[in-house]
Design a protein around this ligand. Structure first.
Ligand code: ADP
Ligand code: MG
Length: 267
């Protein structure tokens, strides 16, 4: 079942063709990653998906055609987090900032309060509701953006390089939250130029100059080391490590999880 189905997408900036017959399927309930070098078209694709640009072709989101008339309906099913949360904050307090999404969707006042309480407690930011979002640290800022993206219970969460600014520790925390949300049924589209961020995905698309040059499961994609290298990507650390250990016959398949790796080496 598709959450997003893109068929024969054509799009250009003025005279510059970016997408020329792009097809892509984002499966319901799964984590899909799109990676690609800078300029490959990732953010443009996100902007098309949230209805900011006109396009040619067919895009269906949660079974609704992405057309001007349906944008409001479609936005209810999408939550988006961008790289730089500072550019997204619209209010003086975290509370008002998160409320903004719901006000736009005409939620009732008492409902707004309840939804904000729910999502901020879940993300561990309930105690900073009265703070100015600009005064927070980068992890808290990204959690506030995530709260705004999740507060209306979207069906799909889109992250456009949303983890880039975080240090490895905070990144790990947010990746774990994403995994948990996904296990509760949220579809996630995770866009990045850092291949480490793709470790949580069920499916990966590799984009270059507006074209899908590789797609598949993690195992299928990480096998194409040369192609990835040519685009400037190293293999994720755990894959690199697994490959070396397999060379010495110490393990017999790629192990993505460090604890599992330690266990199998002890055996
Ligand atoms: P990515 O997010 O993968 O880095 P983008 O979608 O931002 O890629 O950009 C894809 C291509 O489109 C790049 O060549 C970029 O220069 C071009 N581009 C992006 N935004 C605009 C714009 N507003 N006007 C013209 N060209 C743009
Ligand atoms: Mg981008």
């Amino acid at each position: 079942m598709c959450m997003i189905k893109i068929t024969n997408l054509n799009f250009n900036y003025k005279s510059k063709q970016l997408f020329n017959g792009l097809n892509m399927e984002i499966e319901k309930g799964k984590i899909t990653s799109i990676i690609g070098p800078n300029g490959s078209g990732k953010s443009t694709l996100v902007k098309i998906l949230i209805g900011l640009y006109n396009y040619n072709g067919t895009i269906k989101i949660n079974d609704i055609l992405l057309l001007k008339d349906n944008i409001k309906e479609i936005r209810k099913s999408i939550g988006v987090v961008f790289t730089n949360p500072d550019n997204q904050f619209v209010a003086e307090t975290v509370m008002d900032d998160i409320a903004f999404t719901l006000e736009n969707m005409n939620y009732k006042k008492e409902n707004i309060r309840k939804k904000i309480e729910e999502v901020t407690k879940y993300l561990g930011i309930y105690d900073i509701l009265e703070y100015n979002p600009h005064d927070l640290n980068s992890n808290q800022k990204q959690l506030v953006s995530l709260a705004s993206a999740l507060v209306h219970d979207p069906k799909i969460l889109i992250l456009d390089e949303a983890l880039t600014m975080l240090d490895p520790f905070d990144k790990e925390k947010i990746l774990n939250i994403l995994k948990e949300l996904n296990s509760k049924g949220l579809t996630i589209l995770n866009i990045s130029h850092d291949i480490e961020d793709t470790l949580i995905s069920d499916k990966i698309y590799v984009l270059d100059k507006g074209k899908i040059v590789l797609s598949g499961t993690k195992d299928e994609v990480y096998k194409e080391e040369d192609l990835l290298h040519n685009l400037g990507f190293e293999l994720p650390f755990m894959v690199e490590l697994s490959n070396r250990l397999m060379f010495y016959d110490l393990i017999d398949h790629v192990i993505y999880d460090m604890e599992e790796m330690v266990d199998s080496l002890w055996k």
